[in-house]
Design a protein around this ligand. Structure first.
Ligand code: UT7
Length: 345
């Protein structure tokens, strides 16, 4: 369908589609480390059980990167896979945006390290940080560069080595997280609407629900900070859960409203993979059928900024999304942050 013909939904960006410019996902790719940590393995590490983890979260196993494998390695491999599928060479990449809360180091950015690894010598590169909402934030930022014709090819990556900030002695959190990366190549594609809209939100009042106290300017690394375990993430699970359900529902509803779409028109919903119960509650509030919800958290746990990127890739590669389908992505994370995007695939 041409962006200029009347679609069966409203394109909130239509006024920017001058001369057929749209922002589409040309291809996606993902990569997860090979090492699997099962619930049974965790039973040997902390006072937990497969039964508790499965019923409270839906997670059965997660991937853990090798000591010598960093966020930039995971992100670079996901990027290579997305670029190969898109038929894009490294020198065609204009910009790399990496969403992560586990950069290889505070600076330089992981995006610069990935730029070097994939040989995208021409590209600009920077990181953004919106925790588990990062991939939608990065997509929306990348979209702006495409629609403004500043760049033609933008690589958006969500990559995390959460095992590096997980407190393996805290059963409240260590069962939840995993490592991995997903990437998308953004380009203008004729006869497509692409990224129709993206809602982004934040509430810094609730920053203390999910955070890592150490390592920044407020609490630089010291012997004391390390001994006090301040370089691991901390979470108020129950409050975070409640906020996640509410924010994801509100963001998804707003995104659908902007496109004048009923949930029944959405082929697949790709929610942040934090907890099966959160996904089911959001799906129920949206009035979605269970088969509209994509879930893969049983294999990977919560991979933060990589979560929806990996899920999107798996949904595409398994044939659950085809060109022309409408999809809804919805995320939530520390900050607090949240977001939702509607994409004509
Ligand atoms: O990605 C960013 C967004 N993240 C999220 O959205 C995560 C949101 N939160 C959650 O997914 C859930 O709150 C959790 C899975 C983290 C926890 O589930 P819950 O149903 O809220 O459990 P809870 O924290 O209220 O804990 C219930 C009980 C507690 O025991 P008592 O105090 O009732 O005796 C915990 O100590 O379960 C205990 N518990 C565990 N037991 C076995 C907590 N973690 C574990 C564990 N194994 N791993």
């Amino acid at each position: 369908m041409s962006p200029t013909t009347t679609p069966k939904f409203r394109n909130p960006r239509a006024k920017h589609n001058f001369q057929g410019r749209t922002c589409s996902v040309a291809a996606v790719g993902s990569y997860v480390p090979s090492r699997i940590l099962t619930n049974a393995d965790l039973e040997k590490m902390v006072d937990t059980s497969d039964e508790w983890i499965t019923t409270r979260t839906g997670i059965k196993e997660r991937r853990i990167a090798a000591e010598s494998e960093f966020t930039s390695d995971l992100g670079a491999e996901a990027a290579r896979r997305a670029m190969a599928r898109a038929g894009v060479t490294p020198d065609q990449i204009d910009l790399i945006i990496v969403a992560t809360i586990t950069p290889d180091m505070p600076f330089p950015s992981t995006a610069c390290l990935i730029q070097q690894k994939i040989g995208a010598r021409r590209s600009a590169a920077f990181d953004i940080e919106a925790a588990c909402s990062g991939f939608i934030y990065a997509l929306e930022i990348g979209q702006q560069f495409i629609m403004s014709r500043t760049y033609d090819t933008v690589l958006v990556i969500g990559a995390e080595k959460l095992s590096s900030i997980t407190d393996w002695k805290d059963r409240n959190t260590c069962v939840l997280f995993g490592d991995g990366a997903g990437a998308a190549v953004l380009r203008s594609r004729p006869n497509s609407h692409g990224l129709l809209t993206a809602v982004m939100g934040a509430d810094g009042e609730k920053a203390d629900l999910l955070f890592m106290p150490g390592g920044g300017s407020r609490c630089p690394a010291s012997l004391e900070s390390v001994n006090s375990r301040l370089h691991f993430l901390r979470m108020e699970g129950k409050e975070t859960f409640k906020n996640a359900v509410q924010a994801m529902h509100t963001a998804a509803t707003e995104a659908l409203k902007r496109c004048e779409l009923d949930i029944s028109r959405i082929k697949l919903i790709i929610p942040h993979q934090a907890n099966r119960r959160i996904i089911d509650a959001v799906g129920e509030r949206l009035g979605a059928r269970p088969d509209q919800l994509f879930v893969n958290l049983e294999k990977y746990g919560n991979t933060s900024a990589a979560s929806v990127a990996i899920a999107l890739d798996e949904a595409v590669q398994s044939g659950r999304i085809e060109r022309g389908d409408l999809i809804l992505m919805v995320v939530f994370g520390a900050g607090l942050t949240w977001g939702a995007a509607v994409i004509e695939w």
